[in-house]
Design a protein around this ligand. Structure first.
Ligand code: AMP
Ligand code: MG
Length: 344
């Protein structure tokens, strides 16, 4: 870690953040006070799921336009390029080819603008943007995205992973099952729609091992149920959601009990699901806890969260020298020393 003490006194800190770990390429300019401007371009697979090389090609052809739009937008709000204090980028976790494409652009911007570079952990960016937008200080976090499903809480300088999936993320599980039903990517919202029409519970394996979870057996069971009874599609979607979300809610509740925390924050793209929110809300209400979820645009992958965590890191003097800016496809949140929060 390099300590820097060059922030202009009395001025606002401005960060340009780049996100592109998977299918959404996004750039945003953020200050302490607000998201000044955000631009994005989303890769949409023609068939099947996200192909890492195709997504990376999408990012490389769209990068110039997305970054220019974010900078022009910030200019329209009265902030010039010279006022940007640092360039933050998603260093991982994510798809290698996508991460490398965005990291290369971030390094080039950092060198040409002569501004520090900040490699950001994508999962922690989801948490910090949620804490910022919702005003919750010290929550237990349920982070549910395409590739990740984790329950985390802050303790003694790190975000500790209290429970996580042992195989695929819940978003990938929903997307895989949706593809099996012939639905296009992303499948999560389409499963939600079908599930809202289901009424009957079809048996699904409920797999919680201690504080960890598994979704691949559930996905196979849902496919088998559909093969046997294609006419029960809506009931199977309903049962898939009920089972998977109950598993996530159980582990989150146990984490809150163990950590004696009364705030719960939902993060990641699957957090858009109304049934998941309802279950978590009920659990929090029953234990007298507060449930927080940011606006949907901050749940999915976005450049604003990368810029915001970059801002927190810059203010604590935590920047990334180019020679340490290699991408980390398996970057875990508990690998990160949290320099911007008091040690509690
Ligand atoms: P992220 O990786 O955080 O950008 O989140 C993307 C994942 O969120 C994909 O797997 C989507 O299918 C999933 N997703 C988005 N909206 C919903 C929803 N309403 N219900 C369930 N999953 C969703
Ligand atoms: Mg994400």
């Amino acid at each position: 870690m390099v300590k820097l003490f060059f922030l202009r006194k009395g001025f606002m800190t401005l960060i340009l953040g780049l996100e592109g770990t998977a299918w959404n390429l996004s750039a945003a300019v953020v200050s302490e006070e607000r998201v000044i401007y955000e631009a994005e371009s989303t890769y949409k697979p023609l068939h099947g799921g996200i192909h890492p090389r195709e997504a990376a090609q999408h990012h490389s052809s769209e990068l110039k336009s997305v970054v220019s739009r974010a900078l022009r937008g910030a200019e329209g709000e009265g902030y010039s390029l010279e006022e940007i204090d640092a360039i933050a980028f998603s260093q991982g976790p994510g798809m290698g080819p996508c991460l490398r494409t965005v990291a290369t652009a971030a390094r080039a911007l950092s060198i040409s603008l002569k501004k520090p570079l900040i490699g950001v952990n994508h999962c922690i960016a989801h948490i910090e943007v949620g804490r910022w937008r919702c005003g919750t200080k010290d929550p237990v976090v349920l982070y549910v995205s395409g590739a990740n499903s984790q329950v985390l809480a802050y303790r003694s300088g790190r975000y500790r992973i209290l429970g996580e999936t042992l195989d695929i993320g819940i978003g990938n599980a929903l997307d895989k099952f949706a593809r099996y039903l012939g639905l296009s990517h992303p499948g999560g919202p389409k499963i939600e729609e079908l599930a809202s029409k289901g009424t009957k519970y079809v048996y699904m394996p409920y797999v919680v091992k201690g504080m960890d979870l598994s979704f691949s057996g559930l996905t196979t069971a849902a496919k088998d149920a559909f093969d046997s009874h294609p006419e029960e599609k809506a009931d199977i979607c309903h049962s898939f959601q009920e089972t998977a979300f109950a598993m996530l809610t159980e582990v989150t509740e146990r984490a809150m009990a163990h950590c004696c925390k009364d705030d719960m924050l939902l993060a990641g793209g699957v957090g858009a699901n109304r049934r998941l929110r309802q279950m978590l809300q009920t659990m929090c209400r029953d234990r007298g806890a507060r449930f927080y979820v940011p606006e949907t645009k901050y749940l999915k992958d976005n450049g604003a969260m990368i810029a915001y965590l970059g801002l927190l890191m810059l203010k604590s003097g935590d920047t990334t020298p180019i020679e340490k800016s290699e991408v980390k496809p398996n970057y875990r949140p508990d690998d990160v020393e949290v320099t911007w929060r008091a040690v509690e």
